[in-house]
Write a protein that binds this ligand. Structure first.
Ligand code: ADE
Length: 272
């Protein structure tokens, strides 16, 4: 028997699904309500919603913003709710040269760009863990990327028509799905100078956000598989806050809904 499959008669452990802001969760809680009903537990000023979504037992919650918030939330998911894996969904600033607003980035590796204990430890290294990069679970990242590709193939044209004002590039190109390094820090990056410094320090970074690498560190420490998917809301430059705000209202939720639905419909715990 695959050791990660559920023995007959045993309750399946839930999947943890989280985002920083409500718009980034899409229709997940409403879908849970319609499918199984929702049991909500409040803990540490957060609401954890328990139920089934597209047949998958889930605990869905909002971390709020930043690395501490993400670490505290994922710690509760692991220790209180016994999740078997964690998926983080949301938006990010594009950093890679070919990463555009409306594209999607699936994290393969995550790093905290603001960790710097030099000269005691190399830049970006987490002291006493002897590493700076934390890997997403390969099977989860593959499944998320496949869900993103299906979302773009099935809804890309309609997205381009519906959001043409915010996504003018899509008149000629569909959103791309990228995989690679996602970097996290406790800053909203919003200047050419700041994003240029990140590119110089971390040339392989694709996207910048404020939670993913903290979650990945906690999941590494407790050996819980995790994955991160981010839709690009801005390019972390002087236009970032305007682009982020208009993207968040409508578009972020449409992406999360479409990606998570395709991911959960084909989610199989024993795949991992
Ligand atoms: N999330 C979305 N855009 C971001 C940015 N520019 N910096 C940090 N986090 C983000």
């Amino acid at each position: 028997m695959n050791p990660s499959s559920t023995p007959p008669g045993a309750a399946a452990r839930p999947l943890g699904v989280l985002a920083a802001l409500p718009q980034e969760l899409g229709d997940l809680i409403a879908t849970m309500q319609a499918e199984s009903g929702v049991v909500t537990r409040t803990l540490g000023r957060r609401d954890y919603h328990l139920g089934a979504v597209h047949g998958v037992p889930c605990v869905v919650t909002l971390a709020r913003v930043g690395k501490v918030a993400a670490a505290a939330t994922v710690s509760a998911l692991i220790h209180v709710f016994d999740v078997e894996a964690v998926v983080f969904t949301g938006v990010a600033g594009g950093v890679g040269p070919d990463v555009h607003v409306g594209d999607v980035v699936v994290g393969e590796t995550l790093l905290q760009h603001d960790m710097n204990a030099e000269p005691l430890f190399p830049r970006h290294e987490i002291p006493l863990l002897a590493r700076s990069r934390f890997d997403a679970d390969r099977a989860l990242a593959d499944a998320l990327a496949a869900a993103c590709e299906r979302f773009v193939a099935e809804e890309g044209v309609a997205l381009a028509a519906r959001f043409s004002a915010a996504l003018p590039r899509f008149e000629t190109a569909l959103p791309a799905v990228h995989r690679g390094l996602v970097i996290s820090g406790d800053q909203f990056v919003a200047s050419a100078v700041a994003v240029g410094a990140l590119r110089a320090a971390l040339p392989d970074a694709l996207a910048v956000e404020m939670e993913g690498a903290a979650l990945a560190q906690v999941c590494y420490e407790y050996e819980v598989p995790c994955a991160v998917v981010r839709t690009i809301s801005d390019t972390a430059d002087e236009h970032a806050s305007t682009s982020f705000s208009s993207f968040l209202t409508d578009i972020a939720s449409t992406y999360s809904t479409g990606i998570l639905r395709r991911f959960l419909v084909s989610y199989r715990p024993a795949q991992r």
